[in-house]
Ligand binder design. Sequence first.
Ligand code: NAP
Length: 258
Amino acid sequence: MRTIDLSGSSALVLGVANQRSLAWAIAEALGEAGCRLAFTYQGERLHKNVNQLAEKFPDALIMPCDVTSTEQIDGVFAEIEREYGRLDTMVHSIAFARREDLEGTFRKTSRDGWRVALEISAYSLIALAKRAVPLMEKEGGSILALSFIASQRVFPNYNVMGSAKAALEHAVRQLAYELGPLNIRVNTISAGPVPTLSARGISGFTGMVSHHREHAPLQRGIEPREVGDAALFLCSPMASAITGETLYVDAGYHVMGV
Ligand code: NAP
């Protein structure tokens, strides 16, 4: 039972790959609170997964969206405008870097590896926000992105993705400033490590999870559901004065020095 009621509102959730995805935990939280959901998938490989998961929400919209394609991004928002007429919430839960850029030395990052990681993981938020604004500006709205503490501190192997998360968090603050007058709030959740499809691509990820568990004040890892709950709060009227914020959902790990 979710205690926040979002009946009558709509949300676009980008980044569901499978049932472990943080995007799915967020979608479940929003959907169980009564939100109408629109999902995107990247490529036919994930279409079936998203279709199966979305069966839980029979009126869900499901659309293709590779964020490197301007055409596909435009298609998503045209469809949402046709179906919903407006949009209340957009969740950006997308990140990608080439496997070779998520291991070994940072200084070997290629120009193209940097471009790919920053374009998909950070620039896409700006491109998506630009299209979301016309659908949110009449009544206000909420935009949420997913980050990781490697934006601020060094996590060996996280490499170029740390640069991408730093750019993403800056984009959140800049968009919060720009969209505040339209009553559109923009926030980030910085989640603790969770073994998802893309997290497993980071060399040494398992060690990162156990280090987190041992050093976090709550002495445990986090559950995707806890990210879903925090997202539900941030996207709801309960968080109406919160924007430009990075909310850590990490069992307190970020406050530690040693
Ligand atoms: P995930 O389930 O693998 O989700 C990542 C999503 O990004 C996938 O659906 C992936 O699709 C999508 N994506 C990659 N390239 C794309 C593109 N060009 N266009 C559209 N979508 C694309 O992993 P996750 O851990 O839930 O990641 C979600 C977000 O949470 C990411 O921003 C991640 O950095 C962040 N985060 C994760 C953790 C963690 O420990 N898991 C911690 C903090 C923050 P494909 O599978 O097709 O590539």
